[in-house]
Design a protein around this ligand. Structure first.
Ligand code: DOR
Ligand code: ZN
Length: 361
């Protein structure tokens, strides 16, 4: 039986689109199906201030396909030295939507990250005052901590005291990857929200490691147990307003993914909304997809949902294995590449078509 569903155009609240040739190649996949995306600032060097963010936003706009109305929402990369005034200026001038906290050395391009969250106390104070959201890569980097426990230990050692110290600061625990993470977001709601990736919903660590090592399933935070995956599916498909879509789509050159020390990150933008639809359909919860993908995120940020719509239908297609990159990185491995994808975006509808006389910008 064929199925179809029309939802308001989703937004991606956690996206890596990189820069240069990789940006040019990767961005159209997101721009086709998403209205807006929170753009991660972990470039090399990172997006550290208002000037960097304006310049990066311009490069993103220049890389958009002709006629696209996609809107990038920029973030500021938090370091030990971030100036609260810079953050406030960027927020008030509508350049920054949020600040991103990477614990130093937790993941790709995080060496400039925060070495001790107490060093950023003044920035948090200011953000709390101006109502700006803090996005957190919630993993403890203490080498004594097992990689599968990094999220849980970060919650206990860092996030709990942070939320207590700044009870009005809006915080998002990004790419929630464990049952402990899900339970914590629920407990700390409404102060805390959580984004969930398509691959943490579909994969467990046996998929990643159990049948030969699958380097393209390697990401931070790592994919965890079946019990964790089930908790994430339950949270995403429940309709609970504290969970929303963030793909963490993160393209890497194939050579970097397959190297002796492989790069963390799954490039899932080409199959993202289709993969979420698969999860929701399997649970019999397609009616909750729009909340998760298109409504809960904007609500958190105090934004209107998109007016455009997309229609997803059950129409099988095969995902490409790689994306060509017109530069030294040559190609990026695509998540679910070569697999039969059950869902397809079969229609996209603009709420409003601009004309010479319509009067809007
Ligand atoms: O797996 C990941 N890749 N996790 C992150 O947090 C960063 C991302 C990247 O930039 O490649
Ligand atoms: Zn990320």
């Amino acid at each position: 039986m064929t199925q179809s569903i029309t939802i308001r155009k989703p937004d991606d609240w956690h996206l890596h689109v990189r820069d240069g040739a990789m940006l040019k190649a990767a961005l159209p996949f997101t721009a086709h199906n998403f209205g807006r995306a929170i753009i991660m600032p972990n470039l090399l060097p990172p997006v550290l201030n208002v000037k960097d963010a304006i310049a990066y936003r311009e490069r993103i706009m220049a890389a958009l396909p002709e006629g696209s109305n996609f809107k990038p929402l920029m973030t500021c990369y938090l370091t030990d030295d971030t100036d609260p005034n810079e953050v406030e200026i960027g927020f008030k001038d509508k350049v920054f939507t949020a600040v991103k906290l990477y614990p130093a050395n937790a993941t790709t391009n995080s060496t400039y990250g925060v070495t001790d969250i107490r060093k950023a106390w003044k920035v948090f104070e200011r953000m709390e005052k101006i109502g700006m959201t803090l996005l957190i890569h919630g993993e403890e980097v203490d080498p004594e901590v097992d990689i599968f426990d990094r999220e849980a230990v970060f919650i206990e050692r860092r996030l709990t005291p942070l939320l207590k110290a700044f009870p009005k600061l809006k915080v998002v625990l990004e790419h929630v990857s464990s049952r402990i993470g899900v339970d914590f977001v629920r407990e700390m709601s409404p102060q805390l929200g959580g984004t969930i990736t398509p691959y943490h919903l579909l994969l467990n660590r046996t998929d990643w490691l159990g049948w030969g090592l699958k380097p393209y399933m390697y990401c931070m935070p790592v994919i965890k147990t079946e019990d964790d995956r089930k908790a994430l599916v339950e949270a995403a498909t429940s309709g609970d307003g504290k969970f929303w879509l963030g793909t963490d789509s993160a393209p890497h050159a194939v050579a970097k993914k397959l190297a002796v020390t492989g790069a963390a990150g799954l490039f899932n933008a080409p199959v993202a909304i289709e993969s979420y639809a698969k999860t929701f359909a399997k649970e019999g919860k397609l009616d909750k997809l729009e909340m998760f993908a298109s409504l809960n995120g904007p609500k958190h940020y105090g934004l209107e949902p998109n007016e455009d719509t997309i229609t997803l239908g059950t129409e099988e297609w095969t995902a490409p294995e790689e994306m060509k990159v017109d530069g030294p990185e040559e190609k990026a491995l695509i998540y679910r590449g070569g697999e039969k994808i059950e869902w397809k975006v079969v229609a996209r509808k603009l709420a409003h078509v601009h004309t010479a006389t319509c009067g809007c910008k």
